[in-house]
Design a protein. Structure first.
Length: 396
């Protein structure tokens, strides 16, 4: 357990504040007395909630950590400084906890393992390799660079897919408002006039009547389908099926596939360059893919590499690994520069993702605009065509 404390020294001239770990409040008080302190206030620390640390904040943390270590500041003191400067409560607590464990004799990577919501497996693997090789500053900077590029790629894909999602959501909302509130007014008007209605108008009025009569059941159906799909997504088979389907979607699927492969290549290159064993690097890379189908394929690649196959040969037997990645991995293995070739593959795939996203945006925006305009035109014609019959009836 972790405890927040306020304590004073023997003379009572100075007040110390901090965090320590102990099995119980009595153990915490005993540990403070061993440190020559007398507790004034002692309470159990609660782990802050709020999910994971945003990647930009973790990038800044790693860069500042590298700067302090490069300036000759001891690791424990650097972590203490970072805990004071960090505004994120998860980062602040993690820096304090890691500092205490390092001061207690644990290795830095081992201390980071107690905070998986802050330090992902890739960071811990790189730090562990750096502690063995004695290049902590270089590895911390390389980790920050990797996290920054990974965040940029993810944001590019997310931003490119945000616009069509927003347009489709607005389109569904507009059609729902028309069917629920606007069309019933015209339906009463045309019913009172006794005008003969064309088939588009009859279709819209029928759809409006069906939606208003069954709105609750429709909402319950979609909510139930959503929760069932999400529950299935949490099962291994459901995750593989849905993620595999996601990669086969037209237009969007190839972009997501290449983005995942670029992230895989850069992650593996960063780990391998940092001195991590290939099998350990592949295992750590699995958690960064974000796709269950690709993760399962990577598991099979890892099994073959453990049995003695080369990385390129193992990847070539999986259809999900792109040919450009397999080819460059083979060249890197033959030349003894696997990390450099993986970086080349990541750079090439990232450029392809950028080009594909621009092409997707330039093609999907006009298509959505035409679709939105076409639906509005059909609705307008269906509502106003009967007005011409009403005008003839009124003239008679």
């Amino acid at each position: 357990m972790r405890f927040l404390y306020e304590a004073t020294d023997e003379k009572g001239e100075r007040v110390y504040r901090g965090v320590l770990e102990a099995e119980s409040p009595q153990g915490a008080r005993r540990r403070l007395r061993e440190m020559g302190l007398y507790p004034l206030r002692l309470e159990r620390a609660r782990r802050p909630r709020g999910g994971r640390v945003p990647l930009p904040e973790l990038v800044l943390f790693m860069e500042e950590f590298a700067t302090l270590v490069g300036a000759g500041v001891p690791v424990a003191q650097a972590l203490h400084t970072l805990s004071l400067e960090s505004r994120n409560p998860l980062l602040k607590e993690a820096a304090r906890g890691v500092r205490e464990r390092v001061e207690g004799g644990e290795a830095l990577a081992q201390a980071m393992e107690h905070y998986p919501e802050v330090f992902p497996p890739l960071v811990r693997a790189l730090v562990a390799a750096a502690e063995v090789g004695g290049a902590l500053e270089v590895v911390l900077r390389r980790t920050a660079e990797y996290l920054d590029k990974s965040h940029d790629l993810r944001e590019k894909v997310r931003t490119a897919l945000l616009y069509p999602s927003f347009v489709v959501a607005v389109l569904v909302l507009v059609v729902a408002v028309l069917l629920l509130f606007v069309i019933p007014v015209f339906s009463r008007l045309y019913g009172a006039a006794g005008a003969e209605l064309p088939w588009p108008t009859r279709f819209l009025i029928g759809a409006s009547f069906f939606l208003r009569q069954n709105l609750l059941w429709i909402l319950l159906f979609f909510l139930g389908a959503f929760y069932l799909l999400r529950a299935w997504r949490r099962t291994p088979g459901g995750a593989r099926a849905l993620d595999g389907l996601l990669l086969r979607l037209p237009l969007v699927g190839p972009v997501l596939h290449k983005a995942a492969m670029a992230r895989f290549a850069r992650t593996l290159a960063t780990l391998y360059e940092g001195g991590v064993l290939l099998t350990q690097a592949l295992e750590a890379t699995r958690n960064t893919l974000g796709n269950a189908a690709l993760a399962e394929a990577l598991d099979r690649v890892l099994e073959r590499v453990v049995r003695g196959e080369s990385l390129s040969a193992a990847m070539s037997r999986e259809a999900l690994f792109l040919p450009i990645l397999v080819r460059l991995a083979l060249v890197g293995e033959e030349a003894g520069s696997l990390d450099r070739m993986l970086y080349q593959a990541a750079f090439h795939l990232e450029r392809e993702v950028d080009y594909a996203l621009k092409r997707l945006s330039s093609s999907i925006e006009p298509a959505l605009t035409v679709l939105l305009g076409g639906i509005m035109l059909v609705v307008a014609l269906a509502l106003y065509l009967p007005l011409f019959d009403l005008s003839r009836i009124l003239r008679r």
